[in-house]
Design a protein around this ligand. Structure first.
Ligand code: GRF
Length: 189
């Protein structure tokens, strides 16, 4: 299965998925066809280039949502892929984009999507003194973090004394859980 991974910044989830494709749980199951970013300064693009993964970037600065997504759809016509994997992609997708790829866009949200949607989920968990938070992998629909849940995983964050520590624990779990979940999902396709 070919994956098209969308990032906006650091890209640590993208990197983890790529490494799992190369030598981990996604080996012989999936491969990274393209890493796409809306931000030309996304650090993850450098990693992708260093690994000879196809990369593409269209800056979204100042562009209206649908106009921008129309350009992205045009760009994606040049690639063949089975799924679009959002990994820290910081833009809400337009209805046009979602309708174009039904049940093909997947996202990871670092909280239970019933309890917290949108940005800063680890800060939210920290400020609410949660002992556990739930990472959610879901299909993307027209709402923000409202799509059908594919898998959830509760993680123990009780040892975190700062939000940075909490995020570190969370990201480590995300890096394994995203690929494990994709493996299970792709097996059924
Ligand atoms: C992750 O916490 C992810 O769950 C959220 O945004 C963050 C992206 O981090 N959607 P990275 O770019 O993958 O390092």
């Amino acid at each position: 299965m070919k994956l098209c991974i969308f990032i906006s910044g650091r890209g640590s989830n993208m990197k983890a998925i790529h490494q799992h494709c190369e030598n981990g749980v996604l080996k012989s199951i999936a491969q990274c066809e393209l890493v796409f970013s809306n931000n030309e300064n996304a650090a993850g693009l450098e990693y992708a280039k260093s690994q000879n993964i196809n990369t593409a970037c269209i800056s979204s600065k100042g562009k209206k949502r649908e106009e921008y997504d129309t350009e992205v759809i045009q760009l994606l016509e040049n690639y063949e892929f089975n799924f679009i994997i959002l990994a820290g992609y910081m833009r809400i997708l337009s209805e046009k984009f979602i309708d174009k790829y039904p049940r093909k866009i997947i996202n990871i949200h670092p909280a239970d999507t019933n309890k917290h949607q949108g940005l800063n989920a680890y800060r939210w968990a920290f400020e609410n003194n949660l002992k556990e938070t739930t990472i959610t992998i879901h299909y993307v629909d027209k709402g923000v973090d409202t799509g059908k849940v594919i898998a959830k995983k509760a993680i123990d964050i009780s040892s975190a004394k700062t939000v940075e520590e909490l995020e570190k624990i969370g990201l480590k779990a995300e890096h394994q859980f995203y690929s494990n979940t994709l493996k299970e999902l792709l097996k059924t396709k």
